[in-house]
Design a binder for this molecule. Structure first.
Ligand code: SAH
Length: 211
């Protein structure tokens, strides 16, 4: 399974550490999770390239650097419970699963969720719970979360996701119209106040509304 470990080490050195990601646990997770096993067969040879890749259903898996950046911004801790919106291939889910105690992940495309579940199972990743649905509502039955991370961009941050943050929780989410999205880091203080900062301009697939 590790015939591509060398490519992953190079990916981390050249695309991720070189751009300022410093969290050692995040860098280790990016070195260890076999990204090529999460992308469709035709894309596997490009799995460690410096860009997003198509995953079917008009969706994409994010560029490795963006996955690492969002994960670092979330400041994962071993006891954290995380909510992910947009399971996609399950790659970001697998990265988070190495760094927190449990990941709850919602995907709107049933087939993507099913495939992600099979991959995570095959890799022996058990501290994840997947569900098919519309992430706008979050996952109230399992809230609150220390981390909420969205891999798809709403025009405006859904209030449910902010509400479902625990005190001290971090929400990492791209938001805005498709031509002008920003990656936001929102934090809920211990007293419930919420701060927000713009990290960088980004381009994500839109957070879809359930039809
Ligand atoms: N994190 C993923 C990348 C997924 S791309 C990975 O590592 O592969 C964004 C994903 O969000 C897509 O799979 C898309 O189907 C999903 N998505 C879009 N709108 C959604 C919504 N409203 N609720 C849940 N998932 C959604």
């Amino acid at each position: 399974m590790d015939e591509r470990a060398e490519e992953r080490h190079r990916m981390v050195a050249e695309q991720i550490a070189s751009r300022g990601i410093e969290n050692a646990a995040v860098l280790d997770a990016m070195r260890e999770v076999p990204r090529h096993l999460f992308v469709p067969g035709a894309e596997q040879r490009w799995a460690y390239d410096d860009g997003p890749l198509p995953i079917g259903h008009n969706q994409t898996i994010s560029q490795p650097y963006i996955v690492a950046l969002m994960t670092e911004l979330a400041r994962p801790a071993p006891t954290d419970r995380a909510l992910e919106i947009g399971t996609g291939t399950g790659y970001q889910t697998a990265i988070l699963a190495r760094l927190v105690s449990h990941v709850y992940s919602i995907e709107i495309v049933e087939e993507l969720s099913r495939q992600a579940a099979a991959r995570l199972e095959a890799l022996g990743i058990r501290n994840v719970t997947l569900r098919v649905g519309d992430g706008h509502a979050g996952w109230p039955e399992e809230a609150p979360f220390d981390i909420v991370l969205s891999a798809a961009a709403p025009e405006h941050v859904p209030p449910s996701l902010v509400e479902q943050l625990a005190p001290g929780g971090r929400l990492v989410i791209p938001a805005g119209p498709s031509h002008a999205q920003e990656l936001l880091l929102m934090e809920k203080g211990e007293n419930g106040g919420v701060s927000s900062r713009v990290v960088t301009a980004v381009r994500f697939v839109p957070l879809l509304h359930r039809r």
